[in-house]
Design a protein around this ligand. Sequence first.
Ligand SMILES: Nc1ncnc2c1ncn2[C@@H]1O[C@H](COP(=O)(O)OP(=O)(O)OP(=O)(O)O)[C@@H](O)[C@H]1O
Length: 270
Amino acid sequence: MADVVLRVAGISKRFGGLQALSDVGLTIQRGQVYGLIGPNGAGKTTFFNVITGLYTPDAGSFELAGHAYKPTAVHDVARAGIARTFQNIRLFADMTALENVMVGRHVRTHSGLIGAILRTRTFKEEEAAIARRAQELLDYVGIGRLAEYKARTLSYGDQRRLEIARALATDPQLIALDEPAAGMNSTEKVVLRELIDRIRKDGRTILLIEHDVKLVMGLCDRVTVLDYGKQIAEGSPYDVQRNEKVIEAYLGHSHKPTGETAAAPVGEQR
Ligand SMILES: Nc1ncnc2c1ncn2[C@@H]1O[C@H](COP(=O)(O)OP(=O)(O)OP(=O)(O)O)[C@@H](O)[C@H]1O
């Protein structure tokens, strides 16, 4: 049987009179890059917020690496094995890049508050190991030379890479990236694409929300498309970008293929 990292079924979420998610489900296999796309307001971020414990769903079931799990507190979700980045970067601006990654790593440490206060030998050894691992992760995402710089002094693209390093520091089963290419120029996007590819090749599983449909189609193994909170398509990038409902959702009206004037695949329309 294939190795499933995340299986969610029947997720619904309502905000007052607005049904932000209706009966959404997906299954992500280990080692996949799984894309979640859809027009503005489709429910992508709400879905991320539900699976990472920021919002409580009205309905739905969750399974992480074969175990039922309930995304409640954000910290518990990180411990269970899901790490995320945010659409609006959330770093500790006045901490160094290295310290930001070390914070992520603390999810996996044991010596606790008493050890920190007493500065026990175990605590010091653990801190040194965390710092070494944090530096490795900064090197891995390509910003090792910036370890001692404060997060707020980093370029936008480097801050996004720092967020990814911090997410990786928790040793996640699944890393969820919320619009990692937002605001990046084309050179930064190429570097980002290489990084995500590398993370996948190194055996990680990635869930990706991204507005850059070309990036999604080039990177993802499977794609789910949301529109007004409903799942309108699921499949390979090739199939999804030729799906009539998807084309309609992106263009706002239906295109009937008619030879030369047939609707272009979604990735080529943007
Ligand atoms: N906390 C909230 N309270 C009320 N409505 C919300 C809340 N969060 C999201 N919504 C609404 O739910 C719908 C889905 O929003 P969501 O942010 O999930 O969409 P999205 O697909 O991520 O959009 P975008 O691509 O613009 O980020 C929108 O209509 C949004 O206004």
